[in-house]
Design a protein around this ligand. Structure first.
Ligand code: ADP
Ligand code: TRP
Length: 360
């Protein structure tokens, strides 16, 4: 097995020997999703699809980031429902709660203590420069709270509390991962090698970004809802949204580069349609030019809608069933929190001892 120990740790001391032993076991994987609305195709292809593939190979921790959602969604009336829906949708997509730890962030208080220590590793200037922070300030200038500023620190604590090394996320989270590495590295320099440096992960290397159907920004839970495809959308709604997706009059020269919004339709098609279907529309696109337009976006969208409906239908049905079963959801998240707390308290022991914050 490839050992990440040499790449991320400095010369050996007692603490990193423990880490070394862990590295010899299965690598640790962690990821989280905020319960700020319905899950969509960006969440699925950027994150959940990888979770499902990773669950057999790695020691996996997946969680619902309900503390994070408070930084932008202070109204908590719908929070419990949203948490349940995210858990149900993850299982409906193929996560097996017996194989992974599937838990809710607020059930693991150890994360909050690590967040506190890591806050002393994070500088105001770098937090203010974070792209997601600047974007959220722009969208909501009246709610620039300290939790929003230190969002990347809490995210680093989520990851480092299990000493995870692989983090399956979409492209929008790349900068947060870089920050998590910086905080861990500073901690290790200051107090000794306890925390391995995590990396964003996607099978195939490239991180995924699914654009909104009008080509304006990424698909997202809480914005631009008529241009986002949700795993809970009805067949009719899926068809309607795709048929309204932005296109144009077609390419002006053969083999031209595709505009973002057209590339996005092809990306979606590659994800849910057969290779022959995609190939046909690719060929039509490449053979088209001004006055000789072979590609018919209307037909392409009809085909994409039909394939997307087939893709989403079973996930929607299974998630709805699970969501009804509150006892099952409770049992799954209890069990997940137990597994997560066992791992988290192990890390916290090492962290406290490295800092010199031992029990008196
Ligand atoms: P949202 O941005 O929709 O609120 P989250 O921030 O909770 O979703 O993201 C959960 C996961 O889904 C993250 O790993 C994130 O990178 C991924 N993700 C979210 N939107 C997209 C998208 N449009 N394309 C690819 N991945 C995405
Ligand atoms: N910030 C992530 C997002 O918006 C959600 C998240 C919180 C997360 N903590 C995490 C993702 C830890 C990966 C690892 O998508």
């Amino acid at each position: 097995m490839q050992c990440y120990y040499k790449a991320v740790f400095r010369p050996c001391n007692k603490l990193n020997c423990i880490a070394y032993l862990r590295a010899m076991a299965k690598e640790v994987v962690l990821s989280g999703i905020r319960p700020t609305g319905f899950l969509h195709l960006g969440n699925y292809f950027g994150a959940m699809r990888n979770y499902v593939r990773m669950q057999d190979e790695y020691n996996c921790y997946f969680f619902v980031a309900n503390w994070h959602s408070l930084t932008t969604h202070p109204d908590t009336k719908e929070l419990r429902n949203s948490v349940n829906r995210v858990v149900a949708e993850n299982i409906a997509c193929g996560l097996d709660p017996e194989k992974v730890a599937l838990y809710v962030q607020s059930d693991v208080p150890e994360i909050a203590e690590l967040y506190l220590y890591l806050n002393t590793m994070a500088y105001k200037g770098e937090l203010e420069k974070t792209t997601t922070f600047k974007e959220k300030v722009r969208l909501n200038p009246d709610n620039v709270n300290a939790g929003l500023l230190t969002y990347p620190v809490l995210m680093a604590a989520d990851i480092l509390i299990h000493r995870a090394v692989k983090v399956p996320v979409g492209k929008d989270q790349e900068q947060h991962l870089e920050m998590a590495r910086n905080f861990a590295d500073r901690f290790n320099h200051r107090y000794g090698n306890v925390l391995p440096l995590p990396q964003a992960f996607n099978y195939g290397g490239e991180l995924v970004k699914i654009l909104s159907l009008d080509g304006n920004g990424k698909m997202s839970k809480s914005e631009n809802q008529m241009n986002t495809l949700y795993l809970a959308d009805t067949d009719e709604l899926i068809g309607k949204k795709i048929m309204k997706a932005k296109t144009d009059q077609g390419p002006s020269t053969p083999n031209s580069a595709k505009p973002d919004y057209i590339e996005n339709l092809f990306t979606l098609m590659r994800l849910v349609s057969g290779a022959d279907v995609v190939g046909k529309f690719e060929d039509d696109f490449n053979a088209s030019s001004e006055g000789h337009c072979i590609i018919r976006y209307g037909d392409m969208k009809k085909q994409l809608a039909a394939d997307m409906i087939e893709f989403i239908k079973p996930i929607r049905a299974k998630a709805a069933d699970i969501q009804e079963n509150k006892d099952l959801l409770h049992k799954i998240t209890r069990q997940g929190a137990e597994k997560a707390r066992a791992s988290a308290s192990e890390t916290l022991k090492l962290v406290r001892s490295a800092i010199g914050m031992n029990e008196s």
